[in-house]
Design a protein around this ligand. Structure first.
Ligand code: SME
Length: 158
């Protein structure tokens, strides 16, 4: 059984109760922020054309509300269509700062049929906060969100 299966099940139950894709995203952010103590900032970006646009989030307001694909760690994950974990953001030249307290970050693309719909972005004030169990949890949540978004909007192609 995956380590964070209990949290996954809470996300699954919360989003099943939501009427549309947008409120499902909000519910996922809410559960992840409440359940995972190291998650200082939890947000979801949606891809519109070649730009990631900030959707629901919990944490300090970010100056990065629109990020072109290819810029920052968020843009890199969208371009590579793969999860990126950065243990020490100060050592990664791609990093776009959101808060001075952030030490590590994980970005997980939300994809359908290899098309990026958006991504889950999480910052932690702890160094190296994201391990394989976090990656597994968030990739499973991304699949749930992809299914919900697919039902209500066409895939944005990259
Ligand atoms: N750190 C991200 C930018 C988004 S904020 O962390 C919310 C990046 O490097 O792409």
């Amino acid at each position: 059984m995956p380590k964070h299966d209990g949290v996954y099940k809470k996300v699954e139950a919360a989003i099943a109760n939501e009427p549309d894709g947008q409120s499902a995203l909000e519910a996922a952010v809410r559960v992840l922020k409440a359940e995972m103590t190291r998650y200082t900032w939890v947000g979801i970006y949606l891809l519109f054309g070649n730009e990631l646009v900030l959707g629901p989030y919990l944490g300090k307001p970010s100056p990065h509300t629109r990020i072109p694909v290819g810029r920052g760690i968020c843009g890199a994950a969208a371009a590579e269509k793969a999860t990126i974990i950065v243990d020490d953001v100060s050592a990664d030249p791609r990093y776009l700062a959101c808060s001075l307290d952030t030490r590590s970050e994980i970005v997980v693309p939300i994809m359908r049929d290899r098309a990026v719909l958006g991504e889950i972005d999480i910052d932690s004030d702890q160094r190296a906060a994201f391990d394989d169990a976090n990656r597994e949890l968030l990739e499973r949540v991304a699949d749930l969100l992809a299914a919900r978004l697919s039902a209500s909007q066409p895939a944005a192609r990259t």
